[in-house]
Design a protein around this ligand. Sequence first.
Ligand code: BGC
Length: 803
Amino acid sequence: MVKWARARFQPNLPLYGEKRVTACKEHIEISKKASEEGMVLLKNEKEVLPLKKGTKVVLFGKGTFDYVKGGGGSGDVYCEYVRNIYDGLKLLEGAVEIYEPVAKYYKDFVDGKYQTGSAPGMMEEAAFPADMLKGAKEYSDTAIITISRFSGEGWDRSAIEWNGEYNPWESETSMPKTAGKIFPDGDFYLTKTEKELIDKVCDNFARVVVVLNIGGIIDTSFIKNDDRIESAIYMGQAGMEGGLALAEILTGEVTPSGHLTDTYAASLDDYPSTANFHESFDYVDYTEDIYVGYRYFETIPGAKEKVVYPFGYGLSYTQFKYEDVSFKEKDGVIMIELKVTNTGKYAGKDVVSVYTGAPQGLLRKPARELKAFAKTDLLSPGESQQVSLAVRISDMASYDDLGKIAKSAYVLEKGAYSFYIGSNVRDAIKADYEYTVSKDTVVLQLTSKCAPTSIKKRLLSDGTYEELPMGELNDKNACIFEKMEPGTEEAIIPAVRQKSRAFMMNPYKGHPLMDVVEGKITMDEFVAQLDIDELIHLVGGQPNKGVGNTFGFGNLEEWGIPTVMTEDGPAGVRLSWECGIPTTAWPTSTLIASTWNTDLAYEIGRAGGEELKENNLQIWLTPAVNIHRSPMCGRNFEYYSEDPVLAGKFGAAAVRGIQSNKVAASVKHFAVNNKETNRKHCDSRLSERALREIYLKVFEIIVKEADPWTIMSSYNVINGHRASENRELLEGILRDEWHFNGMVTSDWWTRGEHYKEILAGNDIKMPTGFTERTQKAYDMGAITRQDLERCVKRILGLMIKLD
Ligand code: BGC
């Protein structure tokens, strides 16, 4: 096929050969494999798991059938089937026997709820089937209880409802209300009926297994503290094959090897982000600063005890030992080698992580920071593998935003840096090696960018707070002409342009874009041919084409510029169900990262990218990589982790996989987009240090390691400036410091003013530009031809990279 043929002609052809790859067996198998590797064994006392062949089980909880494959909104996907827990166990013929009367009770309950409009996960637990207890107990002493949860885009996990602005989708605001009714104390906690269910089952069955079909963190203390619960598995939200993947783990066909990507504490109040999460609709103060997730729990005095399951936690059916650990320093990198041996009875995989501990110094630091990790191959009992990990010395530096040593620089403070090896942050063992820095060293001098103006204080490692300097507040709504009424820009879709008859006779007005591809003219020469109207046209989104539903850009055929289409992720290629093309539903990103196996993220990216391309789409709006700052963020399921290194490495692998197809990954949402309530106005107020060490770090890793062709700026405001209008962020940090050379798109229907976005280096406004307003800004001299050309060159530069 010639370049851009899929974009231009939408051919109805498989990607390779005769068979389509979209939702093919191989892809669905990858989805299942990733789900299996991500699931985390939380508890396994008395070795109840794996269940022996033919074990009789009673399945309790509506979650047995009300399985949640992923979250809602743009991170959802339409697929051909979804396997729940019951289906999965049934499919493994002869593996277990199920007590059908109780199963039928739950199935009927869930079917009834779905018929009356309940979404998966959004229904109360069914009353305990007391009249079936006798029969169930006679059948077996083994019970499996499944608890499920759902969350989605546009709302957070609490009963708070935002009604303060125009919203074209009424259903968006009703979700918090619905959730509030089902989970009166918030869905972080078990409901009264769930507690009763667990209690009754535990009182009546000798062997109880709990399965957590959840997208974000919940209170797991009931598992840890209740001796009547022998075993528990974090299943996550595991895509279309979740039930089968779980069944293979429960029955020992697969040994669990997943590890948590977040810290699980018993109460929402244990997380420092909770106190002011809903303090205001207009802003969130990130007063916990860099102490996010385990950086908080492992460092701040008194916080350790609050942890139920630490970051990186996960059991196996087998055991591993580490030997021959060696450290070598060369060219600014510390190489760590060790031998991992499977010393147990089952074949399994292990995760080896390296955490560092830096001297407290003047800057103060977290007690532990993840720097590198690796997953072993599947090791048979007795088998060993040599594992190598690399830690760059400069990556142990801290950002000095207030100039305690060197202002706006990454500094390695003098002292001894320790190393801890293990799979979870709590149990990692201190190595017999230290790296000593003899004097404070600046490893990278930068300049102050995106400085806060309105956050008063931040947490320090000893649990005290220090004051932050205040500054002058930026007016985020400033505009050289009347600002559009909030909401009036919402859901406007781009117009289809009329073309003159001349186009049919003589399509090109001059050199077409293909001449740039073929090296006949330069990009500068090409763009110089376009008039202002055409440049303004190109900086805005364009109508849908083919099966896509999130709009495209380009669409200037008189210059040989095709329309290239975007489509959502990360759950899959999210085509509308109406077009009748099911795609592969992957596990949620959190579960993918729980594998700690970046090869799987690459594989999912590669396979998903193939599905995108086969359906004649070019830009996959994924991976989503925001940090799990608070368990309450409704979109955490779409994101990887509380840790920027883990999230960064997974994001980078996903981007490499996607782009290996010559389609683009759009890494989102840049940046500090950690709350859904009032997401288009809410100001994330934080220090430069937290911004750089936590929230930007994940994007920095991806840009530097995987060269994404596009990045999506976020809706929210950062220290007074909307992300899409933030020049210091998009030009200063992203381009000048990190050398990103791709295109920046806005998120869909931002509240940013188009001309200000152009000036900030946000190249395209999606899904539509505001042509008349941009023209007016041009006429008033607020933007120049040069500003428009800069954006257009990046937009076309991206197109040229596409197949
Ligand atoms: C979401 C993005 C998504 C876009 C297009 C926005 O509401 O925040 O993640 O890619 O819509 O659907």
